[in-house]
Design a protein around this ligand. Structure first.
Ligand SMILES: NC(=O)c1ccc[n+]([C@@H]2O[C@H](COP(=O)([O-])OP(=O)(O)OC[C@H]3O[C@@H](n4cnc5c(N)ncnc54)[C@H](OP(=O)(O)O)[C@@H]3O)[C@@H](O)[C@H]2O)c1
Length: 246
């Protein structure tokens, strides 16, 4: 996708965190229309006001494939799909009391993204190809045991990104995978470490969409870990294996 200016985007989980900043930065980049979606439409009122006619609120739970398909049937002008919605339980794979957190994370992070892509891929194709952005995590490249179930769901998002990229190449859809370290939102509120402002992350992602870059490491920790993983993946696995769940 060469320019965001004049295009129509759809953002999931747009009511807060990185998703909200996506809507603000898409407005700044000159997007013609932004479908800001959230589980509760009333949580989007401020963004609709900010958009002055360019932001349209949609009630959308990424785990509900039927609603998503109905929306794709009636919102046929989307050029850019941003799969941002996500959940994190921050539990260990074995330390968790049950498999419920693991299932919830897979349902939202993996199946939610897949639901959106399956419904909107034909729309993007009909509009000339467009682009899809999937929010994985640097934890999708190496499992952090303290967030073992979340890491596994983000590894699934990474694999999904590669597979979808191949399946949609023929229709000219750019598929961008994003692998951030800690970002300063509600999700990372309990991390006692340096966090990157969501605006920095979103600007890097939108620049990648415009330049056609497929893999985005949008903050210093992501860049450092990716470089280390390219050099010696077992050494990184060993290093993060010390971060055990409580
Ligand atoms: N923050 C980080 O450190 C970090 C690092 C790497 C990757 N990421 C990824 O970046 C994305 C955005 O994270 P964030 O930091 O902005 O998190 P956040 O502040 O916790 O916001 C998550 C958003 O996802 C929405 N959401 C959750 N389940 C949903 C569902 N079933 N349907 C629709 N929306 C749903 C939430 O809606 P409600 O308000 O209704 O709950 C909220 O809008 C996520 O995919 C996350 O995994 C974040």
């Amino acid at each position: 996708m060469s320019r965001i200016e004049g295009k129509t985007a759809l953002v999931t989980g747009a009511n807060r965190g990185i998703g909200r900043v996506f809507v603000e930065e898409l407005l700044a980049a000159g997007a013609a229309k932004i479908y800001a979606s959230a589980r509760k439409k009333e949580n989007l009122a401020e963004l609709v006001e900010l958009g002055k006619g360019r932001v349209v609120a949609l009630e959308l739970d990424v785990t509900n494939a039927d609603t998503i398909q109905s929306l794709a049937n009636t919102h046929t002008d989307v050029d850019l799909l941003i799969n941002n919605a996500g959940v994190a339980a921050f539990v260990g794979l074995i330390a968790a009391k049950s498999n419920d957190p693991a299932r919830d994370e897979m349902e939202t992070n993996y199946f939610g993204s897949l639901n959106m892509i399956r419904a909107f891929a034909p729309v993007l194709g009909a509009n000339g190809g467009g682009a899809i952005v999937n929010l994985s995590s640097i934890a999708g490249h190496v499992n952090f045991p303290a967030l073992g179930t979340y890491s596994a769901s983000k590894a699934a998002v990474h694999s999904l990104t590669q597979g979808v990229r191949a399946e949609l190449a023929a229709q000219g859809t750019l598929v961008v995978g994003v692998y951030p370290g800690p970002v300063d939102t509600d999700m990372a509120a309990s991390f006692p470490m340096d966090k990157t402002p969501p605006k920095t992350v979103v600007k890097a992602i939108l620049a990648a969409v415009e330049s056609g870059q497929e893999d985005v490491y949008p903050d210093p920790m992501a860049v450092e870990m990716h470089t280390a993983l390219m050099g010696d993946p077992k050494a990184v696995e060993k290093q993060v294996s010390e971060m055990l769940p409580e």
